[in-house]
Design a protein. Structure first.
Length: 255
């Protein structure tokens, strides 16, 4: 056990962990979407819109197994923030407005890995998200994180317009799970990010790590994943159901 704890520490000590989120998917009863969205908007503007309030953000899942469901995200700058619960008044409004038409699913707690992330613009400016969830083998964590960390450095050094968050799962997940989130202006921007901008990352990666290193490292990265260890979906930010941009999220930025 002691040996395992030491190994875990060595594998994670070079990472910079900071911000934290709780996420959950929400399914809504057929025909109750309008009621749900009005209730969430009312609760959010009443109890989650001023500095010092709990911060919640809502996304609509566009595809994948949760297509048509919502992702609701609570954001905190540090873990102690989760010691604060929603007020009784907030919960009363939530229960009266939306609780009877929705079901919570797949709750998770995740922590931002700043070493592997690149966030230099407001998340509000990139409303379309590509979410890639990975399950990797514990014995291959070096290969997994080598690529993720090197990619983040290549993004920064290349100047590519890439918005990339990497979240480590702390609870609610099966096995070793990381969630990589790319932000885009829109679907046209997604295409540009995946081609023109990513070519800059590819070239800079090879410049920093040696010719052919990108292809070698991404191959090792793929080999670090569990069987069926990757899922991808997109989702769209819903500002009308979310805390406003004026509420501080400065600590999310990696620069």
């Amino acid at each position: 056990m002691k040996k395992n704890l030491i190994i875990t520490f060595l594998l994670t000590s070079s990472f910079v962990f900071s911000q934290h989120i709780n996420t959950r998917f929400i399914s809504v009863k057929k025909g109750q979407t309008e009621k749900f969205e009005k209730g969430v908007a009312k609760k959010t503007v009443t109890f989650n819109s001023k500095e010092g309030d709990l911060r919640f953000y809502t996304f609509m899942v566009n595809d994948g197994e949760n297509m048509g469901n919502y992702m609701r995200v609570r954001y905190e700058d540090d873990m102690k923030g989760f010691d604060k619960n929603p007020s009784k008044e907030a919960m009363k409004l939530w229960n009266s407005e939306v609780a009877d038409v929705m079901t919570n699913m797949a709750g998770r707690r995740l922590t931002l890995n700043k070493t592997a992330s690149h966030v230099v613009v407001s998340p509000f400016s990139k409303p379309l998200r590509t979410v890639m969830e990975y399950n990797f083998k514990g014995s291959k964590s070096d290969e997994f994180w080598r690529f993720r960390n090197n990619v983040a450095k290549a993004v920064k050094e290349s100047g590519a317009d890439i918005f990339m968050e990497v979240w480590n799962c702390g609870s609610g997940c099966n096995g070793n799970m990381a969630m990589v989130v790319f932000g885009h202006n829109n679907y046209e921007g997604m295409g540009i990010d995946n081609s023109v901008e990513w070519e800059k990352v590819y070239n800079k990666y090879n410049e920093l790590n040696g010719d052919g290193s990108y292809d070698k490292d991404i191959s090792n990265f793929a080999g670090s994943l569990e069987m069926y260890g990757r899922s991808t979906y997109t989702m769209t930010f819903m500002p009308e159901l979310s805390s406003p941009e004026v509420m501080s999220i400065d600590k999310l930025y990696t620069n």
